[in-house]
Write a protein that binds this ligand. Structure first.
Ligand SMILES: Cc1cc2nc3c(=O)[nH]c(=O)nc-3n(C[C@H](O)[C@H](O)[C@H](O)COP(=O)(O)OP(=O)(O)OC[C@H]3O[C@@H](n4cnc5c(N)ncnc54)[C@H](O)[C@@H]3O)c2cc1C
Length: 151
């Protein structure tokens, strides 16, 4: 398949990026070196996946160790409320626990992995596992570094 976008890494970042691009009409190839996407995600939050926190943004940012002021711009574009809506639109029911922590009601991070992979597939993202991408740097005659990748 020809692709507009090549995403490397099928963790939550790569899956979300692929979904966002494909929802905007891009043809996406997603490569992961492992045999399954979302492996780390599947063990996150003690296997339950703490997807976000329901507290108001200001409060949430105040609790980021070391101060999370730098997160304001990113979270103003896609906030904790957007994350909750995103997962609920994928059919994942969430519950709030102590300190505002949000988990899938199934108490299983695999629910989250399945929903992300399922949405990517529904959008025809070409998800290829066992595909490591190796960085390759070269310095041509003009001295400028050129970064490429090899699959
Ligand atoms: C024990 C534990 C518990 C956690 N609990 C939570 C939690 O409850 N809530 C929370 O929000 N976060 C939690 N985290 C953090 C969360 O798992 C990470 O923030 C998240 O997985 C990062 O996503 P990512 O997509 O950036 O990277 P990753 O999940 O690491 O995914 C990267 C992917 O890229 C692939 N890859 C890497 N190199 C290459 C290559 N060269 N070529 C092709 N593919 C490649 C890997 O195979 C992998 O699938 C936890 C982490 C751990 C370890």
């Amino acid at each position: 398949m020809d692709a507009d976008i090549l995403v490397v890494g099928g963790g939550p970042s790569g899956l979300m990026a692929s979904i966002a691009a494909a929802e905007r009409g891009a043809r996406v190839i997603l490569l992961d070196k492992g045999h399954k996407p979302g492996r780390k995600l599947a063990i996150s939050g003690g296997g339950r996946c703490n997807v976000t926190n329901a507290k108001p943004l200001d409060e949430l940012i105040r609790h980021i160790p070391g101060g999370g002021r730098f997160l304001y711009s990113a979270l103003s574009v896609f906030s904790n409320r957007d994350i909750i809506a995103f997962f609920e639109n994928l059919g994942i029911r969430l519950k709030e626990e102590d300190d505002g922590r949000m988990f899938p009601v199934t108490d299983s991070a695999k629910t989250v992995v399945r929903a992300l992979v399922g949405r990517a597939r529904e959008l025809s993202v070409d998800l290829r596992t066992n595909h490591p991408v190796a960085p390759r740097s070269s310095r041509p005659a003009d001295g400028r570094r050129s970064d490429q990748c090899r699959t």
